[in-house]
Design a protein around this ligand. Structure first.
Ligand code: NAD
Length: 364
C-alpha cells in the first residue's frame, strides 16, 4: 500500500489524448492493488506558452520537483517547426525540465510483442522474442561538450566529445543494476579503437563491472552494434552507451519494434523520473481520436517499475496491453491490411480495452 503523487504533463497535440489513458491506467492499477495515487495536471510546451508565455512555468517545475513521478505526453506545434526565428519554443520546456531534474539516463525498452512482428521490415523469426533494455547517457558527450563552434570564417566546425569517469560510472551502475534483474548480460557500446573518450568509457565500465561479477559484460564497437542489432537482436539484453551512439542506436531499434506508437521511455537521474512515449505531438492526427495510446500506457509500466518498484503492477499493465493485441485489437498505425475493420479502434476504445483487461485480471 503506497501513497504516490504523480504529475501529468499532457503537453501538445496528441499528448493530452494519450496521457489521459496513462492516467486512467494508473488510477485503475492503484484501485486494483490498494494504493493511493494522486494526480496533478500541469502545462508544458506550446500549451504553456499560450497560457503563460513560458514553455516551462515555475508552477510546473515546482510541482515536478515535488512529485514521485512524472508522466509526459509530447511537446511541439507546427507554428514553430519551420520558423527557427521564434525565440520562445515548446522544446525549451522539455530540455529545461530534463536539465533541472538532472535526468542523465534515458531508458528505452524495445519489446517486440509477437503479434506485431509483422509490423517490422525485419523477418518475424529474427525479431520474435527480442527484449532489449537500452541505457543512453543523456546529459553529456558530444551534444554538450565544449568547444562547439564554427571557426575560421565558417570553413571549419568543431564539436567536442567529452566524458568524465563520474558520468560513465553513474549510468553504468544503473545499467548493471538492471542487468542483475534480467538475463545478466550487458553490452557496452563504444568506439574505443578510435576515440579517447570511448577508451575512458570502456575503462570505467570495466571498473564498475568488478562490483557485478554475475553479469557477463560484452564490449562492442558502435559500427558492429548497429549491424548486430538488425542481424540478431536476441543476443542483446541490457545495452549501455553514450549520448550520440545511443541516439542513433535507439532510433534504429525503435524500427525493429515496428511502430512509434508502441514505444515507451524513461528519463531518470537521482531524483524524480519522467516517463513518456518516444513519439511527438503528431499534429496531423491531433484531436481526431486516432492516436495510439499504447506507448504512453507502456510508459506507465516503466513508471511503476522504475520509480515505485512495483513490479507486479507494472507487469499487469504489460499483460493487459499484450492481451488486447492477442485479441486482435489494433489502432490504425499498427493495423494490417488483413485486420478486420471492427478490430481497428480509436484512442479511447483501445485505451478502454486495456483498462478493462486490468480490472478483469485483478478480479479473477
Ligand atoms: P511525431 O512522432 O509527432 O509523428 C510522426 C508520425 O507518426 C506522424 O505521421 C504521426 O501521426 C505518427 N504518430 C506519432 N505518434 C503516433 C501515435 N501515438 N499514434 C499514431 N500515430 C502516431 O513526429 P513529427 O511529426 O516529426 O513531430 C511533430 C511534432 O512533435 C514536432 O513539433 C516535433 O518537434 C515534436 N516532437 C516532440 C517530441 C517529444 O515531445 N518528446 C518527440 C518528437 C517530436
Amino acid at each position: 500500500m503506497a501513497n504516490k503523487n504523480i504529475v501529468i504533463l499532457g503537453g501538445d497535440g496528441i499528448g493530452p489524448e494519450v496521457t489521459a489513458w496513462g492516467n486512467d491506467v494508473l488510477k485503475n492499477i492503484a484501485d486494483a492493488f490498494g494504493h493511493t495515487f494522486s494526480f496533478q495536471n500541469h502545462l508544458i510546451g506550446h500549451a504553456a506558452i499560450e497560457a503563460t508565455g513560458n514553455p516551462l512555468p515555475d508552477e510546473t517545475l515546482d510541482a515536478c520537483k515535488a512529485a514521485d513521478a512524472i508522466l509526459l505526453g509530447a511537446v511541439g506545434h507546427p507554428m514553430y517547426d519551420n520558423d527557427p526565428s521564434k525565440k520562445v519554443r515548446p522544446e525549451q520546456g522539455l530540455l529545461k525540465i530534463r536539465k533541472s531534474l538532472g535526468l542523465y539516463t534515458n531508458i528505452r525498452p524495445i519489446q517486440i510483442f509477437d503479434e506485431l512482428a509483422h509490423a517490422s521490415s525485419i523477418k518475424p523469426e529474427i525479431l520474435m522474442g527480442s527484449d532489449i533494455l537500452f541505457f543512453r547517457e543523456l546529459t553529456g558527450g558530444i551534444y554538450f561538450g565544449e568547444p562547439r563552434e564554427r571557426q575560421e570564417d565558417g570553413e571549419v566546425a568543431v564539436d567536442t566529445m567529452r566524458y568524465s569517469k563520474m558520468e560513465v560510472r553513474r549510468i553504468a551502475e544503473k545499467a548493471f543494476d538492471a542487468a542483475m534483474t534480467r538475463r545478466k548480460i550487458l553490452h557496452s557500446i563504444d568506439k574505443a579503437n578510435v576515440l579517447e573518450s570511448s577508451r575512458l568509457w570502456r575503462e570505467t565500465v570495466n571498473e564498475v563491472a568488478k562490483d557485478y561479477p554475475e553479469v557477463k559484460l560484452v564490449h562492442m564497437f558502435i559500427d558492429n552494434a548497429a549491424m548486430q542489432l538488425i542481424k540478431d537482436p536476441k543476443q542483446f539484453d541490457v545495452v549501455v552507451t553514450g549520448n550520440m551512439f545511443g541516439d542513433i542506436l535507439t532510433d534504429e531499434a525503435s524500427q525493429i519494434a515496428g511502430s512509434l506508437g508502441m514505444l515507451a521511455s524513461a528519463s531518470v537521474g537521482d531524483s524524480v523520473g519522467i516517463y513518456e512515449p518516444i513519439h511527438g505531438s503528431a499534429p496531423d492526427i491531433a484531436g481526431q481520436n486516432k492516436a495510439n495510446p499504447l506507448a504512453t500506457i507502456l510508459s506507465t509500466a516503466l513508471l511503476l517499475d522504475i520509480s515505485f518498484g512495483m513490479k507486479e503492477e507494472s507487469q499487469a499493465v504489460i499483460d493487459a496491453v499484450d492481451a488486447v493485441l492477442k485479441d486482435g485489437f489494433r489502432t490504425a498505425d499498427i493495423a494490417e491490411s488483413t485486420t478486420p475493420k471492427d478490430k481497428i479502434l480509436g484512442t479511447d476504445a483501445i485505451g478502454q480495452q486495456v483498462v478493462d483487461r486490468i480490472k478483469a485480471a485483478v478480479a479473477s
